[in-house]
Structures are given as C-alpha cells and as structure tokens.
Design a protein around this ligand. Structure first.
Ligand SMILES: Cc1cc2nc3c(=O)[nH]c(=O)nc-3n(C[C@H](O)[C@H](O)[C@H](O)COP(=O)(O)O)c2cc1C
Length: 386
C-alpha cells in the first residue's frame, strides 16, 4: 500500500484496497483526474458517467451542431471510454477505478455496458434499484457490482432478487439521506430526516439481514456514505460493521477534483444555513447549496409545479427516464437538471446547481490535495494549513 492505515483493508473481488471510496459525482465533478489520483493511492476512485462530453470540447462541438438524443448519447459513450482509460493510466494499476451510473438515467444500460467494455473495475449504481445489473454485466464477471442503497428494506429486496440469479453484490454503499449530497434515497422530502436512516440503525439491520439470508458478513463489505467528515467517525462506523467509507463533498473540493475552482469554493465556503433539500426533476429529494439560481427557483417552485404539463425536452437530451419538467410531474422539480449542473461544473456561481452534503468539511474551506484528505481519514493526521 502507498499509504499507512490503522483500519483493515477493504477487499472487493480479489483486490485489497484502502478503505476509502471517492463517490461518483455528476456531472463531470468526478472524472478521470479525481478518480485516477484517488486510485493511484490505493483507494477507490469513481468516475460519474453522466454527460461526460462536457469535458471534451470536440464532442461538445458535435452536439452543439446536432441537438439529437442519439448523437448526445453516442458522444457521451465516447467520453466515458476516454475518461475510464485516462483514469486507469493515472492510477498506474493501483487501487480501483469504478464508474457510477444512475439507474434513473435513460441511457443507464448503455453506460453500464460501456463501463465494462472500457475496463472499469467496478460499476456502482444508485438513484434506483439496479435489479437487472447482473444480466447487463454477465459477459464481464470480473467487474465488481456495487449498488447504492439507503435502508435495509431496499437491500433485502435487491439481495433476494439477485440471489435468484446466483449473484451477490461485491459491496454495498449505504448512503444516508440524512447528510449526503445530490440525490437522496428517500421517497419524499419529509422522509429525508427520518432517524431510521442513521448508520447504527441501517448497519445493524443489514447485518441481521445477512444472518437471516445466510450471507457471511465478510462476503459483502458495507461502505457507509453521507456526511462523513472525520477520522473519529470512521472508527465509529467500523465498530458498527462498516468496511469502508464513501466521501463525496470532501473529494469534490480537492485540488484534483475535475470541476472549475469556483465550484469547489462554493461548496467549501457554504455554511450550514446555506444548504437545502428540495425536490429534483428526477422525482427524488436532493441536497445542494442555496446559490442564486436555486433561491430564485425555490421561490417560484410552487407556481411552476402547479403549471406542470408534459412537453418536449428543451435540450434534446432526454437524460432522465422520468423527468418532472418534460413529463409534467407536478410533485417533482421543474428545471433542466443537465443545464443547471453544467453551469456549476463550469464555475457559473449565479446559474449553477451545486450539490453538497450537509456536514462541515475536514479542512474547512481549504482546497487541498487528495493525498492529504485520504491520509487524514486513514490516520487522523491533519496537514498544516496556512
Ligand atoms: C457534487 C456532487 C455530485 C454528486 N453526484 C452523484 C451522482 O451523480 N451519482 C451518485 O450516485 N451520487 C452522487 N453524489 C453523491 C456522492 O457520490 C456521495 O455518496 C455523497 O456525496 C456522500 O455524502 P458527502 O458528500 O456528505 O460525503 C454527488 C455528490 C456531490 C457532492
């Protein structure tokens, strides 16, 4: 291992890894640079597969000319292939390069297939139940399959379905809606703060479920995600049965993070009162920073929801299987998520949507290298900050 750790290593398939997972962050926030540099240190780096053309000027030119769904989807697969290969090169064969695919995305199965074909070590699926993941990846048995779930009920449903197909997940990310960034695994906004999503409750119920289903505890490592911001918390989570932690916001603001510096500063500077939960167009609650666009949108949200009616996708992408704006779903969000997230990626503070977790960051508002972040979580040693 490149770095020392006081924690046991994480075993996924045959790989021994540092027990730190960098969560997938769309759009473009975790691409090859972040994922590659995390993996290079022996941990798990995750590329978010959504709309990666945004990092490739030549591919953007093609989709500026033709705003057709098929063209956008095709160039995004080219971008995903490039990003996976570039991340693997940076990683020098160390750690693991995973690809995060959202179940709620229309082109989900193509992203999963492309990830396997381009050499990803793992496919991580959230924002919906990936019941069909074993079939989709059956030609690539060496690729680790890692679903993201939020409670033992969802885990039970998935395990029972997969076990009928003779497949078990190679790890499970337990992402808590209480503190995580981006889309949250609770059905309604009112459920986001439900105490049943606390790690002690979900980890205990999951380990009990493993016992009931006759699954050895070591067979499926549990990776806790959402609001983890200290070395001490990692000790607590390991004592409860976690085998690794997944961090999103703390990695988004590292020097190697793939977003514009303004993006990192917005996340790093946000105070607790600046962070809100609201309904996304994907029909799930989401957590983000109250930046000018979001304040303005939330002011008008009720009116827009009342007027919701089905229409054509305004950008020709049709990125989501179900979109509150396109499909006129009154209880979901009413904005183009791809457009707003792209503004954020490019550092447009006024117009962007900036996903962020609710907790403070380990190094305050400092933007530091990936290595210092991982070292801090593994050993408790803090860098000397100016
Ligand atoms: C900017 C941003 C974008 C994210 N996008 C995704 C995504 O596309 N898919 C996903 O499964 N999780 C996404 N997440 C969630 C992270 O992968 C991670 O699980 C979560 O942020 C953990 O909580 P934390 O931010 O408090 O560490 C995103 C998080 C952030 C901060």
């Amino acid at each position: 291992m490149v770095l020392e750790t006081v924690f046991p290593l994480l075993k996924v398939k045959d790989k021994l890894l540092l027990p730190i997972v960098q969560g997938g962050m769309g759009i473009g926030i975790s691409a090859h640079r972040l994922a590659g540099n995390v993996a290079r240190l022996g941990a798990v780096g995750t590329i978010s597969s959504v709309d990666l053309r945004r990092h490739h000027a030549d591919l953007m030119v093609q989709t500026n000319r033709s705003r057709e769904k098929e063209v956008i989807n095709a160039v995004n697969l080219v971008a995903l292939d490039r990003e996976i290969r570039a991340a693997k090169e940076i990683s020098c064969g160390r750690g693991m390069i995973a690809v995060n695919v959202m179940r709620a995305v229309a082109d989900y199965s193509s992203y999963v297939r492309q990830s396997c074909e381009s050499g990803a070590d793992a496919v991580v699926v959230g924002a919906g139940l990936p019941l069909d993941l074993p079939e989709l990846t059956s030609d690539h048995p060496d690729v680790a399959l890692i679903p993201i779930l939020s409670d033992a009920r969802g885990i039970a449903l998935l395990l029972k379905k997969w076990m009928r197909k003779n497949r078990l997940p190679d790890a499970i990310v337990i992402e808590s809606p209480l503190h995580a960034a981006g889309h949250l695994g609770a059905a309604r906004l009112e459920d986001v703060n439900d105490a049943n999503y606390a790690f002690p409750v979900v980890l205990e119920a999951t380990l009990e479920l493993f016992r009931q289903l006759g699954i050895e505890r070591e067979r499926i490592p549990l990776i806790a995600a959402g609001g983890i911001h200290s070395h001490e918390q990692m000790h607590t989570l390991f004592a409860l049965g976690a085998s690794a932690v997944q961090l999103g916001t703390p990695f988004a603001v590292t020097q190697e993070g793939d977003a514009h510096p303004n993006f990192k500063q917005v996340l790093a500077d946000a105070r607790p009162e600046d962070i809100v939960t609201f309904m996304s167009v994907a029909g799930l609650p989401a957590r983000a920073v109250r930046t000018p666009w979001l304040v303005n949108y939330l002011d008008k949200e009720e009116k827009l929801q009342k007027k919701a009616k089905a229409r054509q996708c305004t950008v020709g992408f049709d990125c989501l299987q179900q979109c509150g704006l396109r499909d006129g779903i009154g209880k979901a969000g009413q904005f183009c998520i791809d457009t707003q997230l792209a503004f954020a990626l490019n550092g447009d503070i006024k117009r962007g949507l900036f996903f962020r977790g609710s907790e403070s960051l380990p190094f305050g508002s400092a933007i530091r290298p990936v290595r210092e972040l991982i070292e801090y979580f593994l050993t408790g040693a803090r860098p000397v900050l100016p």
